[in-house]
Design a protein around this ligand. Structure first.
Ligand code: UTP
Length: 479
């Protein structure tokens, strides 16, 4: 094959679009490297890259303008905060019914790069629990098994990976024998990639033979579910509802019957959980309403004064914080993936490892380019009857994002221990705690022992005599 810069159609197209630099080092590559570079170039939608540069980089700058007239989004409150206990009980019953009928799949997005955590390996393999150091994937697997046992029917689990971590993720599952799940019901799907560009819109190379490609954001999960055939598989198996959560949040109620039931009873196409934001400076996306539609507005797009506004009772007016836990209707995902509603790309300025004009590696000290990402919550405005449900932060959300400080392994371990300690105390155990709710000893409870306060109380009652807790306690799977 002649790969002359001008007569190969792909190279000619790139050159005409001002992206000929992608092939600047072609004569240094061997045949296999050239083929790989051409394959990568074939993935790139040049018109899309040009449009994104025009609109997001050269044009509007960071963030989209927030439309006038946005309002805080109302959420169904928890019973403890004024919600109707009977309605919550009905929702839970409806969710359990759907689980028993085999209508639900678990779905984890695990294609992120995890740069802030800086862990070497897929984030789902990170040892997250406080005592046994179980990896995130194990925690979710146990939650999914527990939900299946409760429903009397095992659930399938779909996991979105990236090009970078796909093989390592699959190998980890095989090494751990799929964590006790039925191997045939654990499905991996790879998300798409987008090229990074410099501030002038030129596609960056990561090495002389590779484009700087990165995952297309968690919003890429919708098209990945469609393209991979996962939606067809779900349809064939009678699954119409997808329980979506992120790989970095070990506290998540991965399969929450009440949430599923609220979603189904509302005839919703996409539902989300919120926690009340209390600190106006907290950097979270906020659920808002605009023109009768539900949407998430990023904190950086809301003026500080709006973020700080309060109700007469002192609560923040815009307080519905997004914790990235959703329920999605299968056919809604298919419609969106098919182009019915186009999710917007977002721009993220990043330090992107690249090469200089001589082909030598460059590790930038400050952002040198832009990555483009889709966000799953941008699907909300397209959903019919979207539902927003309140949850408690301590019982659903403590992500591992950073190596230290807020949202780090330490804060997440502490939040896990606080939750299990609350369950223990509610079940009648005598566990002294400090002012933050932490006990002196180390505590860990497997989701296979119990996965919520009620199931914990039931499992605890069966332990006779109850174990001593003074020096810590590990409760593995109950027999
Ligand atoms: P984050 O926004 O925290 O990004 O992802 P990240 O890539 O994991 O971490 P940083 O920003 O590089 O430190 C939130 C969730 O969305 C998934 C992540 O795996 C995580 O579960 N995600 C993110 C994807 O699956 N694909 C993506 O392209 C981006």
């Amino acid at each position: 094959m002649n790969l002359n810069q001008t007569d190969h159609p792909l190279i000619a197209r790139f050159t005409a679009a001002g992206q000929g630099g992608v092939f600047a080092f072609l004569d240094r590559l061997d045949a296999a490297q050239r083929a790989e570079l051409l394959a990568q170039a074939g993935e790139v939608d040049l018109a899309e890259v040009a449009r994104l540069h025009r609109t997001l980089v050269a044009g509007a700058g960071l963030g989209a303008a927030v439309p006038a007239g946005i309002e805080p989004a109302p959420a169904v409150p928890l019973p403890a905060n004024g919600g109707d206990p009977a309605a919550w009980a009905r929702a839970e019953a409806a969710g359990l019914e759907a689980l028993r009928a085999g209508r639900i799949a678990a779905f984890t997005v695990a294609g992120g790069q995890g740069t802030r955590l800086g862990f070497d390996g897929p984030k789902g393999t990170f040892p997250v629990t406080p005592v046994r150091r179980q990896p995130l994937f194990q925690v979710f697997a146990e939650k999914i098994i527990a939900a299946g046992r409760r429903a009397g029917r095992p659930l399938p689990w779909f996991i979105m990976t990236s090009h970078q971590n796909h093989a390592a993720t699959e190998a980890f599952f095989a090494e751990h024998r799929w964590f006790g799940l039925d191997r045939g019901r654990v499905h991996f799907l790879r998300q798409g990639r987008m090229p990074a560009v410099d501030f002038d819109g030129r596609i960056l190379l990561e090495s002389p033979g590779a484009i700087a490609l990165s995952p297309d954001g968690h919003g890429g999960s919708l098209r990945a579910l469609d393209r991979s055939g996962a939606l067809d598989l779900m349809k064939a198996e009678g699954i119409d509802t997808i329980s979506y959560f992120q790989v970095d949040n070990p506290l998540v109620r991965a399969i929450d019957p009440a949430f599923l039931g609220w979603h189904l009873l509302a005839g919703s196409e996409m539902s989300s959980k919120m926690v009340p934001k209390t600190d106006p400076a907290e950097k979270v996306g906020l659920f808002c309403r605009h023109g009768g539609r539900l949407a998430v507005v990023e904190y950086s797009d809301l003026p500080a004064a709006t973020q700080a506004g309060r109700e007469p009772d002192g609560r923040l007016r815009f307080r519905a914080a997004n914790i990235a836990v959703h329920v999605l209707d299968r056919e809604f995902v298919r419609r969106l993936a098919g182009g019915e509603g186009t999710l917007p790309f977002h721009r993220a300025d990043k330090k992107i490892p690249t090469i200089d004009a001589a082909g030598r590696p460059v590790t930038p000290a400050k952002p040198n380019g832009v990555k483009f990402e889709l966000f799953v919550f941008d699907a909300l405005p397209f959903a019919r009857n979207p539902l927003l449900l309140e949850t408690s932060r301590g019982g659903d959300f403590s992500p591992v994002k950073n190596a230290t400080g807020a949202d780090s392994p330490q804060t997440s371990r502490d939040d896990q221990v606080r939750q299990w300690t609350r369950w223990l105390r509610a079940a009648g155990a005598d566990v002294p705690v400090d002012a933050t709710g932490l006990p002196a000893g180390a505590i860990e409870v497997s989701p296979l022992f119990a996965d919520d306060e009620r199931s914990f109380a039931a499992a605890w009652r069966k332990l006779s005599p109850p174990p001593a807790i003074r020096d810590g306690l590990v409760l593995p799977a109950s027999s």
